[in-house]
Design a protein around this ligand. Structure first.
Ligand SMILES: C[S@@+](CC[C@H](N)C(=O)[O-])C[C@H]1O[C@@H](n2cnc3c(N)ncnc32)[C@H](O)[C@@H]1O
Length: 472
């Protein structure tokens, strides 16, 4: 019996994620699965992300009906069981026989035929049992941490947010956009949002709406709408939009990299970097923040550094601004003796602020990783501080919710370097508000002391932290 393409692809992706450190979002968008129909792509995403988000609930159900502990199953068998159980427990429109039979078939095709009978029996029992989805499906140690650091109400909000598919945010050019005044709902082609998006398309300079300097539109919301994509204004930023419906990754604008998917909190961090002449972006790939810095500072030079050559190559492809120079190097051993007036350290981190998008992280991460990461972050930060010009600023950020990777890193770095002072992010946010870049009224809700702090579920964004240090 053949297995349907989305289930076969989901099985392959879930196996890869289990066996390697690959990310679901990257595999889902890889060329290998680009030929799937739009409906099949939708089901594939649902199967992979759902099975990862709800693994806690799914594993409990499997364990309840299995004679052997989950750790004893072959990877292929457990993956087929999880895939089948997810459909049975969470998806209403999939007939139980399809979920069960295709998982059995996947096991056979993976040459684990001896387990087919057991997979069939366990899934049939799950199909007949109650649909108990009450578990929050996060490792206890993470929930305990968040409860301790943020309180039980917020910890619950974080888990709930992580368990739902977040809306995608996209960034549009700063040129001529006026998203904040757009009517709610899917915007009309002639609305101000469209102009903002159209203006994003480089490179031909011309006059748009009587204003010199804007770019000739080569695509618009009409193009996206024809592809079934509906965008609405963002939640925090004037130049952000959120995808209300449709698959933006299959639009021409996305394929041609004129439209970038980027969480609004990540966009906000890039805006905090501010204005300057010489920029260093220490941990730059894939380049979401580099792109905004370049766009905000067209007359400046930006050095974008990235440790891994393949990621540096990706950055080069994604950020095509003339004023960006990409180098593959370790930020801890910066190869040039040069000072910059703005330095961004968007540090490698646990990513616990991004679990709605990257649910695999919550099952991979170990409690002991947090302090190991702190050591690495401190090494990068200390090296980067050596390259800030007098009077210049360093912005340190992570997408982690853990204070050890955030406040503690800043405290430790400042304790051994008296040349820097902490700048209150409040002032920068106020400035962004005055410039109508930041659209929300309650700036205080974005702050934790002097730092920027977004929390998934409290804010409709990923969880980001940022601190600004200024060299005296
Ligand atoms: C959080 S991501 C950066 C995201 C990026 N700033 C953006 O907005 O798209 C951190 C990046 O730092 C890179 N990295 C890790 N260790 C590094 C090091 N020692 N030097 C430079 N880059 C490093 C990672 O490969 C990863 O691409």
């Amino acid at each position: 019996m053949p297995v349907s393409p989305p289930r076969a692809a989901a099985f392959e992706i879930l196996l890869r994620i289990d066996a390697t450190d690959a990310y679901a979002s990257e595999l889902l968008h890889s060329l290998r699965f680009s030929k799937l129909s739009s409906a099949d792509r939708g089901l594939l995403t649902e199967l992979v992300m759902g099975a990862l988000r709800w693994r806690g609930v799914i594993d409990q159900a499997i364990a309840k009906h299995s004679a052997q502990p989950l750790g004893k199953f072959d990877r292929e068998v457990l993956t087929a069981l999880r895939l089948g159980a997810y459909q049975l427990l969470f998806l209403d429109r999939i007939p139980a026989h399809a979920a069960v039979n295709e998982s059995v078939e996947l096991v056979k095709q993976a040459r684990k035929g001896s387990a087919a009978g057991m997979v069939n029996a366990i899934l049939r029992k799950i199909a007949k049992g109650p649909r108990d989805r009450s578990d929050i499906s996060h490792p206890d140690w993470l929930v305990d941490r968040w409860t301790q650091n943020y309180g039980s109400e917020i910890a619950r909000k974080i888990c709930d947010y992580n368990n739902t598919a977040p809306r995608q945010a996209v960034r549009i050019s700063t040129i001529q956009s006026n998203v904040g005044t757009a009517a709610p709902g899917c915007p009309r082609a002639e609305g101000p949002i469209d102009k903002g998006i159209e203006a994003n398309s480089e490179p031909n300079r011309a006059v748009l709406d009587g204003q010199p300097g804007a770019a000739v539109p080569t695509w618009s919301l009409d193009d996206l709408r024809a592809d079934g994509i509906c965008l609405v204004p963002g939640n925090l930023l004037r130049n952000a939009l959120t995808v209300k419906s449709g698959d933006i990754t299959h639009s021409e604008a996305f394929r041609e990299r004129r439209l970038i998917i980027q969480d609004e909190a990540s966009q906000l961090v890039a805006l905090l970097v501010g204005k300057g002449k010489a920029f260093l972006d220490c941990c730059a790939a894939p380049g979401g923040k580099t792109r905004i810095i370049a766009e905000q500072n067209p007359d400046s030079t930006i050095m974008a550094m990235e440790l891994h050559p393949h990621r540096a190559a990706l950055l080069k492809k994604l950020v095509m601004s003339d004023n960006v120079r990409v180098i593959a190097a370790d930020a801890r051993q910066f190869p040039l003796d040069k000072k910059f007036d703005r330095v961004l350290v968007d540090a490698p981190c646990s990513g616990t602020g991004t679990l709605a998008r990257n649910p695999e992280i919550k099952w991979r991460l170990k409690a002991e990783d947090i302090l190991r990461l702190q050591g690495y972050q401190l090494e990068i930060l200390a090296a980067a501080m050596n390259h800030v010009a007098p009077g210049g600023r360093l912005i340190y950020s992570t997408c982690s919710l853990e204070p050890e990777e955030n406040e503690r890193v800043i405290e430790k770095a400042l304790a051994v370097n008296a040349e820097f002072r902490l700048v209150d992010c409040r002032d920068e946010l106020r400035m962004l508000k005055e410039r109508h870049e930041l659209m929300i009224d309650n700036i205080e809700s974005l702050l934790s002391g002097a730092h920027l702090r977004t929390i998934p579920g409290v804010h409709p964004t990923d969880g980001f932290f940022a601190a600004i240090l200024e060299k005296k």
